[in-house]
Design a protein around this ligand. Structure first.
Ligand SMILES: Nc1ncnc2c1ncn2[C@@H]1O[C@H](COP(=O)(O)OP(=O)(O)OP(=O)(O)O)[C@@H](O)[C@H]1O
Length: 477
């Protein structure tokens, strides 16, 4: 013992415990095991409770406040100003947009490159166009691809990035599970389904449509497909297509004398044009409250139903501020979007509610000329490079579109009020609603009341679209 190399050497001998020591050691091991087990159970319980609290909170946030009343998208006027407006107005109360929720409600299988970030506080009240990156896609609108049949026939239309086809959505009615019903829908998908940029543009548009919500004069979203690399927007089908083609097709059927209301009339009357002007202004006023700036309001982007109710469509707006050339590089045959743009949008790419009012004025020109192209034969197309400067100079000189054939002096005056160079002096959508409502009532109060009834029933139809999906989900569960 005296010759050991030191304590450490001594300790390195393997000690064989005596019988009495063995028991002590065994006991302390058991104590350790019990302690570790209890500690693990405690940690697991704490994690479980945290998860439950988080799940409960996110579920609460997912449900709109008024959903429990069974009228999830109907808005009761809140501000004094809104109350005053709605009390004087027979048109049904405006539906609310979907609520903006946090990322926790996102569809779980969304690839990370499309994942949503929390919106910075300073952007929370900005128009949704300025915070597309922070908008959220709602898991509850995700459609099972197996329930969708896309028509192989001619597409309904196509744009720069997307193609729109007719489709059918299958759903089992929750009341009678044996009956399978079909809903006609329009399906927008990327022109090239493997192109990532196009996929993201479709996804952005889907998020914008989620945020815009439902209104009888806005194209309603039925659902979306976002699984894997697939990106599709499923919206209600608007049977008569876009209003521009509709007006052009019906030029021959137009009768200026047909001012009195006739329910079964086959032709297009002046009163219908006034009704379209009224409805577009209603839809645009709703967008202001979202808030959403459309940026491409033109009759080619307004759709018309068989009952003459219109829907404002095309919220695919990402390219509109990212790609300056979008406004210049169209072929000579296609209408140039700059003809609908306010001077400040052409000059500085500044888009606001006021620039939408300018575009609305150009829509009025299209309406009351039965689909004429604005500035055709007025501004030369030769020098395409400097074309924007040319249009800008033309407008800055105070030159404007001429009075269209079917607009009287008062209607033309509304157009000119939309085309004020000073954006702050431009008229508002509320003033336009008031003007065209008065026009409609004086032309035919019966027509106005009928339109009011139609808009109310369209609101209910759009609500049924939301129920269609939830019915289907109930069946699944
Ligand atoms: N829900 C719908 N029901 C019926 N037709 C539709 C529907 N949606 C779009 N269309 C048709 O498809 C055309 C193009 O639609 P849309 O403008 O949404 O496509 P886009 O790819 O965004 O076009 P753009 O590049 O011009 O903005 C419309 O003009 C219309 O004729």
């Amino acid at each position: 013992r005296n010759l050991t190399l030191g304590r450490n050497f001594e300790d390195s001998f393997k000690r064989v415990p005596r019988a009495s020591e063995k028991n002590e050691l065994g006991d302390s091991n058991v104590q350790q095991i019990i302690f570790i087990s209890l500690y693990s159970v405690f940690v697991a319980l704490a994690i479980g409770i945290c998860c439950l609290i988080k799940a409960y909170k996110s579920k609460k946030r997912q449900l709109p406040a008024n959903r429990s009343k069974g009228n999830e998208y109907l808005l009761e006027p809140t501000t004094a100003d809104q109350k005053k407006r709605y009390s004087n107005n027979i048109v049904p109360p405006e539906p609310t947009p979907y609520p903006i929720t946090s990322g926790e409600d996102d569809f779980g299988k969304t690839p990370s490159r499309l994942s949503n970030e929390e919106c910075p506080p300073e952007l929370k009240l900005a128009p949704i166009n300025d915070r597309i990156k922070y908008l959220h896609y709602y898991a509850e609108v995700e459609i099972n691809e197996e329930d969708l049949d896309i028509s192989k026939g001619r597409p309904l239309g196509s744009g720069e990035f997307g193609i729109i086809r007719k489709g059918f959505l299958r759903s089992k009615n929750s009341k009678n599970k044996e009956t399978e019903s079909r809903l006609e829908v329009a399906v927008k998908s990327p022109l090239n389904e493997y192109n990532h940029i196009q996929q993201e543009l479709i996804y952005d548009e889907l998020k914008v449509m989620c945020a815009v919500g439902k209104h009888p004069n806005i194209l309603a979203l039925v659902g979306g497909i976002t699984i894997g690399e697939k990106r599709m927007i499923i919206s209600e089908l608007v049977e008569n297509g876009d209003l521009l083609s509709f007006l052009r097709k019906n030029r021959r059927n137009f009768t200026i004398d047909q001012l009195a209301f006739e329910p079964e009339k086959p032709s297009l009357g002046l009163v219908d044009l006034v009704s379209f002007a009224f409805q577009i202004a209603k839809g645009m006023e709703y967008l202001i409250h979202v808030p959403c700036v459309h940026r491409d309001l033109a009759l080619r982007n307004v759709l018309i139903k068989g009952n003459m109710v219109i829907r404002i469509a095309d919220f695919g707006l990402a390219r509109r501020h990212k790609n300056k050339d979008y406004y210049k590089t169209q072929s000579v045959d296609t209408p140039l979007p700059i003809h609908w743009m306010a001077p400040e949008s052409i000059d500085k790419l500044l888009f606001t509610q006021k620039s939408d009012v300018w575009s609305y004025g150009v829509c009025l020109y299209e309406l009351f000329s039965l689909g004429k192209s604005p500035y055709k034969n007025v501004i030369k197309y030769d020098e395409r490079d400097s074309y924007c400067k040319y249009v800008l100079a033309y407008l800055n000189e105070g030159k404007r579109l001429a009075q269209p054939a079917h607009a009287d002096a008062e209607i033309y005056n509304v157009m000119k009020l939309c085309w004020d160079l000073d954006m702050n002096s431009r008229t508002t959508f509320l003033d336009c609603i008031e003007f065209f409502e008065k026009e409609l009532k004086t032309t035919s109060n019966e027509y106005f009341l009928d339109l009011t009834r139609k808009l109310r029933s369209e609101t209910n139809n759009q609500l049924r679209l939301s129920n269609w999906l939830s019915d289907e989900k109930h069946c699944d569960s």
